[in-house]
Design a protein around this ligand. Structure first.
Ligand code: UGA
Length: 439
């Protein structure tokens, strides 16, 4: 099938490459010329495991092209809209400027029977509004909403083998037709018995935001337990293991620590709350304010723990920060808890030396005032304290022997990813969020 993907960021670039990998003929469109140039040469403009490989193979088949010229999408039968919906500056609401601009730009190029498929995360009610726009500007075309659940770091795998497909479609024949088109696009996943739900627009939009709200709530729940554990001497990681054994609860997304960041969970819960207020249902989603507050308190606690561990003040102290990305296997620092903590410690007067296997360049754009080095070994040299703030595999595997050149023997684990016994046994002060200090 001939497909266009409008917006070639984290979501769109992966979607375009994966759709071509599945055998479709794909054209990716973005307004950013440098992004399009990189993608056209098979270079991923961000770090995503597996993406460069499928980009290269799809481009080589001739099935994947990129352009900044919207008119080139005219012969596509399906147009995925995968542009960003960031938080509006000065408000919690989602900024829909890019979604509206993408649909407006598409309308003049929609062929007879074309299907516009929204993938972006949007406030409930958006699809119905956009459907009216399409009906007015291109009555021969229609619209569906097909939210995306991919995780950064696993984006290729999640797109090629999703755990579910959700189609938000209009009522009647138009909906049956839209579902049929989406079925043929996702034929491979459907043959692998991927569950698919055909729902209305509002439900499809809500499935996406409520899934992210639930995940955020689960993380903040365990982080609230970490606060209680800190005050009572309990160990939140043991608690998570024990409650996670209840299949109704489950152990996944119960990792306590610095909390959630990234381009999705934080802004999505805020946008959801803002939409709840607009609907006069602020009370239904008020708890998400608490989820957000618990999450942000973990960063403050990490900064306070660093002060405490260094005798009450970090001024003039050298602090090594290992990890800047919002999670491992990503170079994304949007709303990154790790980067936030590093920047706050710098403001507090510490000399902060930071490193990340992939995110140094993205972090340097936001906080160029930090001192960036290329490896953990360089970062810890002469450091009074070492902070592990993103649980990259290589940091989880660190041993006291490798950090001999640190000046102090203090390691603060912001992700509960290190073995306290190992570090304490080697004479280090090991402290974390939600685990007891040594007796
Ligand atoms: C999230 C959702 O997991 C995806 O399903 C969704 O498609 C995506 O948002 C989106 O809306 O596009 P992502 O932002 O890639 O995916 O990251 P997650 O893996 O959800 O992690 C989010 C944050 O939560 C990270 O900062 C991570 O460190 C933190 N986290 C995760 C915890 O603190 N504890 C956990 O147990 C799990």
């Amino acid at each position: 099938m001939k497909i266009s993907v409008i917006g070639c960021g984290y979501l769109g670039a992966v979607h375009a490459a994966c759709m071509a990998e599945l055998g479709h003929e794909v054209i990716g469109v973005d307004v950013d010329q440098s992004k399009i140039d990189a993608l056209a040469e098979g270079r991923a403009p961000f770090f995503e495991p597996g993406l460069p490989e499928i980009l290269a193979s799809a481009i080589a088949t001739g099935r994947l092209r990129f352009t900044t010229d919207m008119s080139e999408v005219a012969d596509a039968a399906v147009h995925f809209v995968a542009v960003g919906t960031p938080q509006t500056s000065g408000s919690y609401a989602a900024d829909l400027t890019f979604v509206d601009a993408a649909v407006d730009a598409l309308i003049p190029h929609l062929a007879e029977g074309a299907l516009v498929v929204g993938k972006s995360t949007v406030p409930v009610g958006t699809a119905a509004r956009l459907a009216e726009k399409v009906a007015a500007g291109a009555p021969h075309a229609s619209l569906a909403w097909n939210p995306e659940f991919l995780r950064e770091g696993f984006a290729v795998q999640d797109t090629l083998g999703p755990d579910r497909l959700v189609y938000g479609v209009p009522a009647g024949d138009a909906g049956v037709r839209a579902a049929g088109i989406l079925d043929s696009i996702y034929e491979v996943a459907l043959k692998a018995e991927t569950p698919r739900k055909i729902v209305d627009y509002a439900t499809a939009e809500l499935v996406k935001v409520s899934a992210n709200a639930f995940l955020a709530t689960k993380i903040s729940f365990i982080n609230a337990m970490a606060e209680i554990a800190e005050a009572t001497g309990a160990d939140v990681t043991w608690l998570a293991d024990a409650i996670g054994l209840d299949a109704r609860i489950g152990r996944r997304f119960l990792n306590s620590g610095l909390g959630f960041g990234g381009g999705c969970l934080p802004k999505d819960i805020r946008a959801f709350r803002a939409r709840g207020e607009e609907l006069g249902l602020g009370h239904s989603l008020a708890f998400l304010g608490e989820v957000d507050a618990i999450n942000l308190r973990r960063r403050e606690r990490m900064v306070a723990l660093t002060h405490e561990s260094l005798g009450g003040s970090v001024t003039g102290k050298k602090i090594a920060v290992l990890g800047l990305a919002f999670k491992p296997d990503s170079d994304d620092v949007r709303d990154s808890p790790a980067l936030d903590v590093a920047a706050r410690l710098l403001l507090d007067g510490a000399e902060v030396v930071v490193t990340d296997p992939e995110a140094n360049h993205t972090a340097a754009r936001v906080h160029p005032e930090l001192t960036f080095v290329d490896s953990e070994i360089e970062a810890i040299r002469g450091a009074d304290a070492v902070l592990v703030l993103t649980e990259w595999k290589q940091y989880r595997a660190l041993t006291p022997d490798q950090l001999q050149d640190a000046a102090g023997r203090i390691i603060l684990d912001g992700r509960n990813c290190l073995d306290p016994e190992l570090w304490r046994g080697a004479g280090w002060t090991y402290r974390s969020l939600g685990r007891p200090d040594a007796a």
